[in-house]
Design a binder for this molecule. Structure first.
Ligand SMILES: [Mg+2]
Length: 357
């Protein structure tokens, strides 16, 4: 089998409301879908969801880089995923969401060739997983109101609360959210690099009292030393996100004892192939993983939840972003169903999405 063409399509994704995190506000995303075509008529679909503050990419750079990859891909065997990653890495460093788009399409194609759903191609551990729902930064009272709705109206049992702008507001928001949702809902916090070590120690001591399970990326992405210090000072799971792009970052974090959980995102690491390596490194070091997401459509979300379903060491999922879109389905039937935060994966081959362009 040989790759004959790579088609791209830019998609605009307006969101229901602006989403605020410590270092950015987003009210839409411009993503790029790819279709990798072969001489046997089978094709795979992938997606890039570039986010400049984290991967340094936007839709324009993704389109340029995909032009470069297309030249390398035509004539290659789509099952040679190792070879294709080497080719992409030799052509250009970084640009991980463009690489993820190609990678996801190759795995969709591989599932179709094997006639197996992607989660079985990757490991096949279970066909249901539970995601959290994220609450963006707002006035603490409004965050508590949204948290209550997400639990009572939508059935979510795990909430991830964005923080990291003002420690006093963060403590107030988490206090009000705990009061609003009761003691049985799991809470985690994402500070998106917003704290200093001193802030983090003080705030996390308060979060301990509120019953927060884990706190993600308290410190700037480069400060793994600080993260190690934090782990020694608080009794809470410390998660790294922006610090972990590649398998090499994962190895370094594990070697330094800098994290209890690593947040894998396909857009940060370059797709499922490097994501599997990050998980294997973490597992060998007794570190669990979560799979998170950028503002993705069902294409990249289906890839992410398939990875979670495939692996026993990936114990958490933060795969909620497509639900913030004005139109979450976006004309992409299949892939999975979701109810109350529980994803049930499709048994159809590959991503299981009924999508062509
Ligand atoms: Mg995060």
């Amino acid at each position: 089998m040989k790759i004959t063409d790579v088609k791209v399509e830019v998609i605009h994704i307006p969101m229901k409301k602006p989403f605020r995190i410590a270092f950015a506000v987003q009210d839409h995303s411009v993503n790029v879908l790819v279709k990798v075509m072969t001489d046997e008529g089978i094709y795979g679909i992938g997606e890039a969801a570039p986010f400049e503050p984290v991967t340094g990419e936007n839709s324009a750079t993704v389109l340029e880089v995909l032009k470069l990859f297309k030249q390398g891909l035509i004539g290659m065997d789509p099952m040679n995923i190792e070879g294709i990653h080497l080719m992409m890495d030799r052509l250009i460093s970084g640009n991980t969401s463009a690489k993820a788009a190609i990678d996801i399409a190759l795995y969709d194609l591989k599932g179709k060739v094997m006639n197996q759903p992607l989660y079985k191609v990757l490991g096949g551990y279970r066909d249901q997983i539970v995601t959290d729902m994220t609450i963006g930064i707002d006035k603490p009272e409004l965050m508590a109101q949204e948290a209550k709705e997400r639990v009572e109206r939508d059935g979510f049992r795990i909430l991830k609360v964005k923080a990291g702008i003002n420690p006093a507001d963060d403590i107030r928001a988490l206090t009000l959210i705990r009061e609003a949702v009761g003691p049985d809902i799991r809470l985690r916090v994402d500070a998106n690099q917003g704290y200093t070590v001193n802030d983090a120690v003080r705030v996390l001591k308060e979060f301990e009292k509120i019953g927060v399970d884990a706190v993600e990326q308290c410190l700037p992405w480069w400060d793994m030393d600080g993260s190690k210090i934090l782990r020694q000072k608080v009794d809470m799971q410390i998660m790294l996100d922006e610090s972990i792009h590649s398998p090499i970052d994962a190895a370094r974090a594990c070697k330094m004892d800098a994290a209890d959980i690593l947040n894998i995102k396909l857009m940060k690491c370059g797709g499922l192939y490097p994501a599997e390596k990050i998980n294997a490194i973490a597992e060998a070091n007794h570190v669990n993983c979560m799979v998170g997401c950028m503002l993705e459509t069902k294409v990249a979300i289906a890839a992410g939840v398939s990875l979670v379903a495939a692996k026993s060491n990936i114990t958490e999922a933060d795969c909620d972003s497509f639900m913030y879109a004005v139109d979450p389905e976006m004309g992409m039937p299949g892939g999975f169903t979701i109810e109350g935060g529980v994803y049930t994966l499709s048994q159809k081959p590959g991503l299981g999405l009924d999508l062509d362009f």
